[in-house]
Design a protein around this ligand. Structure first.
Ligand SMILES: [Ca+2]
Ligand SMILES: [Ca+2]
Length: 390
């Protein structure tokens, strides 16, 4: 069992008292905090770590540690891939794709293949332009050649967002491998076009499941329908900016929702998460979107935030370096300017900690030794290490 801090219980009680969708009889239940959008931030000075600045990057977007080394690959949105080394210089990786940089688009995610140690394969996502001023995310795979002049070799595109549409928002293009290494999951945003999230002929607003070579697993839930429909694992998503498996093999996603509707979901095959038909938030232009409880046929979020925190990055933490963090999800916050910890208890998720960094957190990663690292967003972006307090 996990106990809630008194402050969180007080917030839960307050939320229960003023929320039409929550009955007062449930107010003392820890689930009430999950059932409200509330999450009070606490000063980072009270956290079980100090924040150590390690390196600077220009608009860093994603990172992954290189297995067996003290190095990490870090994407910069404008199109560079950096190899940061704890005990050496930060190097540019050659052989990267040309990216369509602008708006929310550019270089995206990078992850290592499950069998990276034998073949050096990495997976990356970026934006390419299409005909008539359209854009879309793509995913590619390549071999990382390490050394003094690191480079990508044999870059091959294995997936494209379909259709390409106008605008430069909500690409998502987050990547995660299943723990058994058999499947690549891709978060694909609805490109700020709303309805594609429910359109089974588009792979926008979906989570997709592919074999590592980009082919479609024959046991995907909609495999028989062919086309991009066959790629679909779950639907009704908005802007997925974090995908992570936990130690029991459950897939979680976070997504930037409409105003007051940021979500963390437990991702199930064939499930429909309801966007844009339902959301606990509402459109930024003020238009109402019915809340999740009005349409129980759609999968509801495990947690949501109002006001919005603008989630960025998601990792499963199972280390011992920070007291009580075992079996947690860690998520950065952009407009929420900090780090959020959620405790996993089976299929339940609890809002456990929220620290106010006073700056936008873009990405979260965990080192081999259990240390947590963050990318601070922006043109003067930073790699920082959360040094456990003694
Ligand atoms: Ca990462
Ligand atoms: Ca709503």
């Amino acid at each position: 069992m996990h106990s809630l801090p008194l402050l969180a219980i007080a917030a839960a009680l307050a939320a229960g008292a003023c929320s039409a969708s929550t009955t007062s009889s449930k107010a003392a239940d820890p689930a009430t905090l999950a059932a409200s959008g509330d999450h009070t931030a606490t000063p980072v000075a009270d956290a079980p770590f100090t924040v150590q600045e390690v390196a600077s990057f220009n608009e860093p977007w994603a990172m992954t540690f290189v297995p067996g080394t003290r190095a990490a690959l870090i994407t910069e949105k404008s199109g560079k891939l950096k190899l940061w080394q704890e005990n050496g210089p930060t190097l540019d990786v050659a052989g990267v794709p040309a990216v369509a940089y602008g708006g929310q688009g550019g270089f995206g995610d990078i992850v290592v293949a499950p069998d990276f140690t034998t073949n050096g394969t990495v997976y990356l996502s970026w934006i390419e332009s299409g005909e008539g001023g359209t854009y879309g995310a793509v995913v590619g795979m390549a071999k990382l050649v390490q050394g003094a002049t690191p480079r990508l070799e044999g870059l091959k595109t294995i997936w494209v967002q379909s259709p390409k549409v106008s605008g430069r928002g909500h690409f998502s293009h987050r990547l995660a491998f299943s723990p058994d290494g058999k499947y690549l999951f891709i978060g694909s945003g609805e490109r700020q076009k709303f309805d594609p999230a429910q359109d089974m002929k588009a792979n926008l607003g979906k989570i997709l499941r592919l074999n590592p070579d980009g082919s479609i697993p024959s046991d995907n839930p909609f495999a028989a329908q062919g086309g991009v429909t066959a790629q679909i694992w779950s639907l009704g998503h908005r802007n997925i900016l974090g995908l992570a498996f936990d130690g029991s093999g459950k897939l979680w996603n976070q997504e930037m929702g409409p105003k007051g509707g940021d979500e963390v979901n437990l991702v199930a095959a064939k499930a429909n998460y309801g966007y844009p038909i339902v959301s606990n938030g509402d459109h930024y232009d003020g238009k109402d979107i019915p809340d999740h409880p009005t349409r129980p046929e759609f999968a509801a979020p495990k947690l949501w935030w109002n006001p919005s925190v603008s989630p960025a990055g998601l990792v499963w933490y199972n280390g011992d370096l920070y007291p009580g963090w075992k079996n947690s999800l860690l998520m950065g916050a952009l407009s929420g300017e900090g780090l959020i910890r959620m405790q996993i208890d089976g299929d339940k998720l609890t809002k456990s900690d929220r620290w106010d960094f006073g700056t936008r957190v873009r990405e979260v990663e965990v080192g081999d030794d259990g240390t947590v690292w963050l990318l601070i967003d922006g043109e003067d972006g930073k790699l920082v290490k959360l040094v456990p307090k003694k």
